[in-house]
Every structure is written in structure tokens, then in C-alpha cells.
Design a protein around this ligand. Structure first.
Ligand SMILES: Cc1cc2nc3c(=O)[nH]c(=O)nc-3n(C[C@H](O)[C@H](O)[C@H](O)COP(=O)(O)OP(=O)(O)OC[C@H]3O[C@@H](n4cnc5c(N)ncnc54)[C@H](O)[C@@H]3O)c2cc1C
Length: 303
């Protein structure tokens, strides 16, 4: 253990916000991943800025996570600091048709507040199991909706410790990309702008979309949602199915039999199983259809 660095972190964070050798399988929806040397949960932007400044000063690698729902962490874990922006930074405030929320707020929580306040336009996000921060970075989307359509602005912390607000037009939100990731910004909070709607209609739509997820997606197994990005003009799941890979397994990892776009942790998979399965799926799909599948899932650590 790097005692000196731990002591530095203790000047910024209370003891309960710092964990050592924390298994990342407990913080990712794939339920795999070895230990992070340091795992910290800042409760304020000052704490977060302090951690980043400390890491940069001593060249300690760091990585931000939300709910880990789009993340594959190596079985060897992460030699550095995993900074989880989640439950300790998850305030949500509704004013008129605007929702201001901290990066750690879950999309489901924001959707519930939208419904409570009769605000329409966020129904698509209710079933995405990520935080607002992760959703801004990924420009998360589903069923024809995407964050780009509802975000007004995002407040970020830069690597140099500057805090500033970026209007949505300048976020370069594309298919699962944004300027946030490219520039290494950390999302602190965001403003979502919705339209006034009818609470019953909002609820009906949320229920319908939930039903679609439950019936089409393998929610009974750990996963990170769609494993690959949708190649232009195709659907990843269909390409994988057409390549004969439905149910294909490597170790405990499997291409879902219910939805081929999902790689699932079927039975005590390791990150290496999942990674190797993804590699083989891409290779076989390319051989079958000459389409390149790119992972949507982010990787952390050595593979
Ligand atoms: C069952 C299931 C269904 C899913 N369905 C969908 C879907 O319909 N549509 C969709 O788009 N996605 C879907 N996903 C994937 C995932 O939920 C989204 O990508 C989500 O936005 C990720 O949020 P997170 O908080 O879990 O981010 P994480 O997985 O923790 O992180 C994802 C990326 O965002 C970065 N990040 C996280 N928080 C911050 C922050 N505060 N500041 C800067 N960077 C940050 C991380 O460094 C990482 O690069 C699904 C996942 C599962 C398991």
C-alpha cells in the first residue's frame, strides 16, 4: 500500500470515503473486475477537485466511474485511483420544466422526478441503468431518444482544476461520444430541459418501454447493455445472430440467447472471458459480413 498517497487522500477525504484494494466486481454491472488500488467516493466538487489535483501532482493514474454499467474492468484490477461519482453526489432539483442534477444521480431517479412533476421527454432514459455523468459522456440513448435532445448544459471539472459550464451545442454529442470524454472532463452536474406533459401519458410510455426492455433484454444476467456500437446501416445483434453466434460461449461469458447484442456474465465469467468473447465475436462477424464491430463498452486496466 502506498501509505504516503493514502495520507494525502486523507487530508481531502474522510476515512469512510477511501477504500483500498476494492474489488471492482462490486461496482460494475458485469460483476467482474479485480481490485482498484484506491477506490474513493467524493461527496463534493471540492473533494473531487482535490483528488484530481493530488493524483496529477504525483502522476497517480485515476479513472472516473458512475454506476459502472458500461464498463469492463480487468481481472487484474486497476493500479491507480478509481473515483466513483455516484451516491454521494446525486442531488436532483426541479424548477419549472428544468431539472438540475448532480453527476451521480441515476437516470431512473431523474425520470421518476420528471414523472412526479409532469415533465415529458425523459421517458427514453428511465430504464438506462447509469448515472447522469455517464449518460452525458456516452450521450446515452434508447428508443429514439438521446441525452442530446434533453440536455441544456453540463458543468465540468477540467484536468487542470477549472470548473465551467458548456452549453449542449458545444458538447459535440454524437453516437455514444462527446467532447467530455475526448477532453478528459469530469461531469459535475447538468441541466435537463423538458416539456410540460400529462403525468398519465408519461407513465404509460415509461411502462411500455420498461416492458420492451424486460421482454427483449437479458436483464436476469449481469451485462453492460449493448456490448458493441451499432454499425452504420446495421444492427450489431442481427449481425452476431446471422454469424451463428447466438449463445456462443467463452468460459463463463456468453452471447445472450435472448438478445445477441448483449454479452452476458452467464456463469462466473472473468473479464478475460468477456474480452476474449468480444474479440472472437468481432472476428467472426467480420469474416461473415465484412462489418467491423466496435465495442461500446469501455475497458479499464490491462487486458
Ligand atoms: C441492462 C443495461 C441496459 C442498458 N441500456 C442502455 C441503453 O438503452 N442506452 C444506452 O445508451 N446505454 C445503455 N446501457 C449502458 C449504460 O447504462 C450507459 O452507457 C450509461 O450511460 C453509463 O453510465 P454509468 O454511470 O454506469 O457510467 P460508467 O459505466 O461508470 O462509465 C461509462 C463512461 O463514462 C465515464 N464517466 C462516468 N461518470 C463520469 C463523470 N461524472 N464524468 C466524466 N466521465 C464519467 C467513465 O469514465 C466511462 O468512460 C445499458 C447498460 C445495461 C447494463
Amino acid at each position: 500500500m502506498n501509505q504516503k498517497f493514502y495520507d494525502e487522500l486523507r487530508k481531502i477525504l474522510p476515512e469512510e470515503s477511501i477504500k483500498l484494494n476494492e474489488p471492482m466486481e462490486a461496482h460494475t454491472t458485469f460483476r467482474v473486475g479485480g481490485p482498484a488500488d484506491f477506490f474513493v467516493t467524493p461527496g463534493t466538487k471540492d473533494e473531487l477537485a482535490g483528488i484530481i489535483a493530488r493524483c496529477r501532482a504525483v502522476q497517480m493514474p485515476y479513472y472516473i466511474i458512475g454506476n459502472g454499467s458500461n464498463l469492463l474492468v480487468s481481472d487484474d484490477g486497476y493500479k491507480g485511483v478509481v473515483i466513483q461519482v455516484y451516491k454521494s453526489m446525486n442531488q436532483i432539483r426541479v424548477t419549472g420544466n428544468r431539472i438540475e442534477a448532480q453527476a451521480g444521480a441515476l437516470l431512473s431517479g431523474i425520470a421518476a422526478r420528471a414523472l412526479e412533476n409532469g415533465l415529458a421527454g425523459f421517458e427514453f432514459a428511465a430504464g438506462i441503468p447509469g448515472t447522469l455523468g455517464g449518460a452525458c459522456v456516452m450521450n446515452a440513448g434508447a428508443y429514439g431518444g438521446e441525452m442530446k435532445n434533453v440536455l441544456k448544459q453540463v458543468t465540468v471539472l477540467s484536468q487542470e482544476g477549472r470548473i465551467f459550464t458548456i452549453p449542449v451545442q458545444k458538447l459535440e454529442l454524437g453516437y455514444r461520444t462527446s467532447i467530455i470524454a475526448k477532453n478528459g472532463y469530469i461531469v459535475l452536474e447538468a441541466v435537463i430541459e423538458l416539456r410540460n406533459g400529462d403525468a398519465q401519458e408519461i407513465k404509460t410510455l415509461m411502462d411500455e418501454l420498461k416492458e420492451k426492455r424486460v421482454s427483449k433484454q437479458p436483464l436476469e444476467f449481469p451485462s453492460a447493455g449493448s456490448t458493441f456500437k451499432r454499425p452504420e446501416g446495421y444492427f450489431a445483434g442481427k449481425l452476431i445472430q446471422d454469424a451463428g453466434l447466438k449463445g456462443f460461449r467463452v468460459g463463463g461469458a456468453q452471447v445472450s440467447e435472448k438478445h445477441c447484442g448483449f454479452v452476458i456474465n452467464r456463469d462466473h465469467a472473468t473479464a478475460a472471458d468477456i474480452s476474449e468473447l468480444m474479440r472472437q465475436v468481432s472476428e467472426k462477424v467480420y469474416a461473415d459480413s465484412k462489418v467491423i464491430l466496435e465495442p461500446e463498452v469501455k475497458r479499464l486496466g490491462e487486458f
